[in-house]
Design a protein around this ligand. Structure first.
Ligand SMILES: [Mg+2]
Length: 255
């Protein structure tokens, strides 16, 4: 197919997808589970989510740097968070609270409603798929499996296992190598403009931003969708995929 402007659209053979807040409502489940910790030490309705996010970013960086393993990080993060709230608990109490928080999160995990139809379509379109996450590999595989999403993916690439996190080009190039595709023939979609869309673009892939919150700041050179239901149409109109063209009969999922 040749686009109207006479230029051949880029061929896409593979799609990488971020996991947290792209496939799985991570923020929703993590926010609800935080009540386990907050309820144990403070009264009131202050929003402590930004504090949790800050402490999480600090501790996640230590995992990527190889200074902590994931389980040690969870313990240290919860201890630091509670300490920030003025509650210095002993290790056993911290461990018990963290286990309860994680159990609560697991109960709340769910994929966004646009995920299954989109993954079905991508597979039917003949695309190879990788999940690319900055979190721990075993945990993310567990989550994908428990939600029935694992079967869609040819590879799961995690920063925890690789020692390189998005936006480092290494993680994107590792995903492409595992899928046996060239970065120029791969698109990566995620909810973070900086880590996902810009990171992928700077690594030579096609970065696509999933802006579920409809914030839409100007993003020159980066396509934006606010639901995965719009990904098939974007791929059909702006790219070439192995078995789908704009005249294909493969239906595009509706919102
Ligand atoms: Mg994400």
């Amino acid at each position: 197919m040749v686009a109207n402007n006479g230029h051949e659209p880029p061929a896409i053979d593979a799609i990488c997808l971020d996991i947290d807040d792209t496939l799985i409502d991570f923020t929703g489940s993590a926010r609800s589970a935080l009540s386990v910790l907050i309820g144990s030490v403070v009264l009131g309705s202050a929003d402590l989510w930004p504090t949790w996010q800050r402490v999480t970013e600090e501790h996640s960086a230590m995992v990527v740097a190889g200074e902590l393993d994931y389980d040690a990080m969870r313990h240290a993060r919860t201890k630091a968070f509670l300490s920030d709230l003025g509650s210095d608990l002993d290790d056993d109490a911290v461990a018990a609270l963290e286990d309860r928080r994680l159990a609560q999160m697991s109960r709340a995990w769910r994929p966004f409603p646009d995920v299954l139809p989109c993954l079905d379509w991508l597979r039917a379109a003949g695309l190879r798929l990788a999940a690319v996450t900055n979190a721990s590999g075993p945990r993310q595989r567990e989550r994908l499996a428990s939600l029935g999403l694992e079967r869609f993916f040819d590879a799961v690439i995690s920063a925890g296992e690789l020692g390189a996190a998005k936006p480092d080009p290494v993680i994107f190039h590792t995903a492409c190598a595992e899928l046996d595709v060239a970065p120029a023939n791969t698109a990566h979609i995620g909810d973070r403009l900086d880590l996902d869309a810009h990171g992928a673009r700077d690594a030579g892939l096609h970065g696509i931003w999933l802006d579920r919150d409809h914030t839409h700041p100007p993003t020159p050179g980066v396509p934006v969708i606010d639901t995965l239901a719009d990904l098939p149409a974007l791929l059909v109109t702006e790219y070439r995929t192995p078995t789908v063209t704009s005249t294909s009969t493969l239906p595009i999922p509706r919102r």
